[in-house]
Design a protein around this ligand. Structure first.
Ligand code: BGC
Length: 317
């Protein structure tokens, strides 16, 4: 065969392979990480309800249908208004009325200066969470000072607030992330769980195995064991990698659900400049675990307001 003809065939085959990979990002993702098989999820769930929670329902909620729900939620929900007559209590707390839930989750969202995104997030998340038959409350922790954003410190504040309110499961969640699959149960597993392992921004592929940011779930016991997160990460990036280092020290192995269930849509926003010296901080993550975290957290609570869809905690760091 003529050399130029061979070359053309090779280029064609390569183009077909590239096109195939582009059109099937999930094929790629499925190979990138270990996950809990769907059938094994029930035994891996951490069944616990808030200490002070009571329900007058006679039967226990069932989660089989939630875990096997194959539908996706439409992100167009963010443009809707929340219907009048909903069953959410002031402060953004909800519990199913026709069955006793097995899980109580505090959804903790660090926040500053994204009002429109927050509005869409709240409408979407309440729609999403109410389908799951769980008891939950949404906490928005807002940094009101003008220092660089400190995501980890806001999460520590949210965690302490939720622990005081008796929540056994903490779900840390960025405001720009929307879970697409109702089967992605917002309850804790016995292992710390990375929920958002398949995000559209990364073409639904996990960028690196130790990624533990975006949306994650930990029991209060696990969070206390690692002394929460480091308070020293001002600016974008690194704080979640530091948290992963803490899991390693405490020998807590993280887990995930399958990529298909862990799909998220990231709302567009301005990118932030990366934090200078975050590599330096990360290098010493292991030496700081016992002195930098929940036990050294300092902040001023400016106000706490119970809104119809969320508990709003404003803080000065
Ligand atoms: C940053 C993390 C971030 C990840 C994914 C890493 O370089 O250190 O904080 O979550 O990129 O964007």
């Amino acid at each position: 065969m003529h050399y130029s003809c061979q070359k053309r065939i090779i280029y064609c085959v390569l183009a077909i392979i590239v096109l195939f990979i582009l059109l099937h990002p999930n094929l790629n993702a499925r190979r990138t990480y270990e996950f809990i098989d769907k059938a094994d999820i029930p035994v891996n769930l951490y069944v616990k309800i808030s200490e002070n929670f009571t329900s007058s329902a006679l039967i226990q909620c069932d989660y089989h249908d939630v875990l096997y729900d194959d539908t996706s939620l439409s992100i167009s929900i963010i443009d809707e208004d929340f219907s009048e007559g909903h069953k959410i209590k002031d402060g953004g707390e909800y519990c199913p009325t026709d069955c006793k839930p097995k899980f109580s989750s505090a959804i903790i969202v660090p926040y500053r200066d994204r009002a429109e995104q927050l509005r869409g997030f709240l409408v979407y998340m309440h729609m999403f969470l109410q389908q799951q038959n769980i008891h939950y409350r949404i906490y928005i922790i807002e940094q009101v000072d003008s220092n660089p954003f400190n995501r980890a410190k806001l999460l520590n504040i949210g965690a302490l607030t939720a622990i005081r309110a008796g929540y056994p499961c903490l779900i840390f969640h960025d405001v720009d992330l929307l879970p697409l699959k109702p089967a992605n149960l917002y309850a804790c597993t016995k292992c710390p769980r990375h929920l958002s392992s398949s995000i559209n921004k990364f073409r639904f592929v996990l960028p690196y195995l130790n990624l533990y940011g975006g949306a994650i779930a930990m029991t209060t016991e696990q969070y206390k064991l690692i002394n929460g997160m480091s308070n020293r990460y001002y600016g974008w990036g690194g704080e979640d990698d530091d948290l992963y280092a803490r899991l390693e020290i405490a020998k807590l192995k993280l887990c995930r659900f399958e990529p298909q269930t862990s799909k998220y849509h990231m709302l567009p926003h301005k990118t932030h400049p990366k934090r200078l010296r975050r590599q330096h901080l990360l290098k010493f993550a292991r030496t700081r675990i016992h002195k930098d975290g929940l036990n050294s957290l300092q902040y001023t609570e400016v106000a706490t307001v119970l809104h119809p869809l969320f508990t709003h905690i404003m803080v000065d760091l």
